[in-house]
Write a protein that binds this ligand. Structure first.
Ligand code: HEM
Length: 485
């Protein structure tokens, strides 16, 4: 396959066309579209049906939440692998105040500050905060593998007990508690449960996340309740103030070293602390709540034969490393790496990306070039781009565990976009790519490694959850050989 060849084509180099599509009648159509998005069609259908209707993967549409939370729901949607990367190019798009899309949660939820995710790289604080995070992650790099192994091996021990007692085990529930502990331990060496937070951290975090994300989710309640409660007005920040303060106190004490470093970068201590809280609880914890069930569900569904291949690879690489899980051992696990990328391709945990055109732009899809005006909001629904059949062929919508293995396979990595950049690119203070990119991929791999050092195979039931996938283990088969076998 030649991905570059697949990317080009059609009338790509012609005179820019008008972007097709329609916003309909102000307010009325935006509300009708919101109902389509949440209840009548669902996310995937909402976008796919509009691509079909207008015969174009670059279309004008409304996006939720719309009235009265968002000032303007109108966007130009980029829904193929070729046009989507315009959103990564900060010379073309401004990334100010649009992390959550066409609405922005109150800064009362973040200590009065606009935190890093809402800053454009042209704002001087962006580079300082992002540098603080790079330094923190670099300083703790040796803590990630041991912390993950210790927290997730005890999670799997609990899974086994629950399977014996009840015949099933809810991974999401265990993961919510475990990921919170893991991150606190890995980043700061301080278990949240050993602080004044006790066991309340994950619940406080989840509540604070809901206060920011409620415009974008459904809780499965009747729509006459959800529409006014979740999708029309912001939930008042004072109702989550106490929870936030308790989380903040943990960070202020546990992250003292990182905060000292932040001050030397020119950040105020409290601004740095609100940013650390956001990067840890929203970006990292929020990310792992979605990522790990997503990876697990794809591996579960891939079945026993695929499990055998993973187990063989994982155990051989660990045996070669003297029975230890090391970075070098992980690097050798081609199939494991590929399977995690494939899960990230199919189920990017953050599905929406936004950017405002800095100037008049031409945007190229596979079939045409489109004209966009300065100031227009661009929007990408990532699953459409990363399941683009023009790049990933007839199996684009399927899990192909070894898709990225080998020289040819690795050429496709430039079309994996989960980190708000290509998988072949790197985050920097000058761009908006996720600074947790390497850590996220590492954690995904470590989950696979932990599973197949422990089990030959396993089964799970897969469903949907508030923000992504829900997984329940139904059986595990203990490993019949070890890494030293
Ligand atoms: C930005 C995804 C984990 C910190 C982003 C963006 C995405 C993303 C898509 C860009 C959003 C946008 O501008 O439109 C994810 C996913 C994660 C994850 C899916 C886990 C599964 C992490 C972790 C950290 C982190 C572990 C820890 C440092 C950030 C920060 C930004 C960001 C600070 C803003 C970057 C900037 O302003 O330049 N992430 N992320 N994320 N992520 Fe992550």
């Amino acid at each position: 396959m030649n991905p570059n060849g697949m990317e080009s084509g059609g009338e790509g180099s012609g005179v820019p066309r008008e972007v097709p599509g329609s916003y309909g009648v102000p307010y009325v159509s935006a509300i009708r579209d919101r109902l389509d998005f949440y209840y009548n069609q669902g996310q995937d259908k909402y976008f796919e049906s509009r691509v079909q209707k207008y015969g174009s993967t670059v279309v004008r549409i409304n996006v939720p939440p719309g009235p009265f939370m968002a000032r303007d729901p109108r966007v130009v949607a980029v829904l193929d692998a070729k046009s989507f990367p315009v959103l990564f190019d900060v010379t073309k798009v401004e990334k100010k105040d649009l992390f959550t899309g066409t609405y922005m949660p109150s800064t009362a939820l973040t200590g009065g500050y606009r935190v890093c995710s809402y800053l454009d790289p042209a704002e001087p604080t962006h580079a300082k905060v992002k540098q603080m995070l790079f330094s923190l992650l670099a300083s703790r790099k040796d803590a990630f593998i041991p912390a993950f192994r210790s927290h997730f091996s005890s999670l799997l021990a609990t899974v086994e007990s629950q399977l014996l007692l009840a015949g099933k085990s809810d991974f999401n529930k265990l993961n919510d508690a475990t990921s919170f502990e893991f991150i606190g331990d890995a980043y700061f060496g301080v278990l949240p449960s050993a602080s004044e937070l006790g066991a309340t951290g994950p619940a406080k975090a989840a509540k604070w996340l809901i206060w920011q994300l409620h415009p974008l989710v459904t809780l499965g309640l009747p729509r006459f309740l959800e529409e006014p409660l979740l999708h029309t007005f912001h939930l008042p920040p004072f109702l989550v103030k106490g929870d936030y303060k308790a989380l903040y106190n943990y960070f202020f004490a546990a992250a003292a070293k990182a905060l000292d470093d932040a001050e030397s970068l020119g950040l105020k201590r409290d601004e740095a602390c609100h940013n650390l809280l956001f990067a840890t609880v929203f970006n990292s914890y929020g990310g792992l709540k979605v990522l790990l069930p997503g990876v697990l569900s794809r591996i579960a569904a891939a079945g026993e034969k695929f499990h055998q291949r993973l187990a063989k690879e994982v155990r051989a690489a660990v045996a070669d490393a003297g029975g230890k899980v090391t970075m070098a051992a992980l690097e050798k696990m081609e199939l494991t790496k590929s399977a995690v990328w494939e899960a990230l391709r199919l189920d990017p945990p953050v599905k929406f990306q936004y950017g405002r055109a800095k100037t008049d732009l031409s945007i190229e899809s596979h079939d045409a070039v489109f004209a966009v005006k300065k100031g227009e909001m661009l929007f990408g629904y990532q699953p459409c781009a990363t399941k683009d059949p023009r790049v990933f062929g007839a199996t684009a919508a399927e899990f192909v565990g070894d898709r990225f293995v080998g020289e040819e396979g690795s050429k496709l990595l430039r079309y994996v976009y989960w980190s708000n950049g290509r998988e072949t690119d790197s985050p920097s203070v000058a761009n908006k790519q996720c600074p947790g990119k390497n850590l996220v991929v590492l954690v995904g791999r470590l989950l696979v490694v932990e599973l197949f050092l422990r089990y030959d195979t396993f089964t799970a039931d897969v469903g949907t959850d508030l923000l992504g996938t829900k997984v329940e283990f139904t059986a595990v088969t203990k490993a019949t050989s070890g890494p030293d076998a």
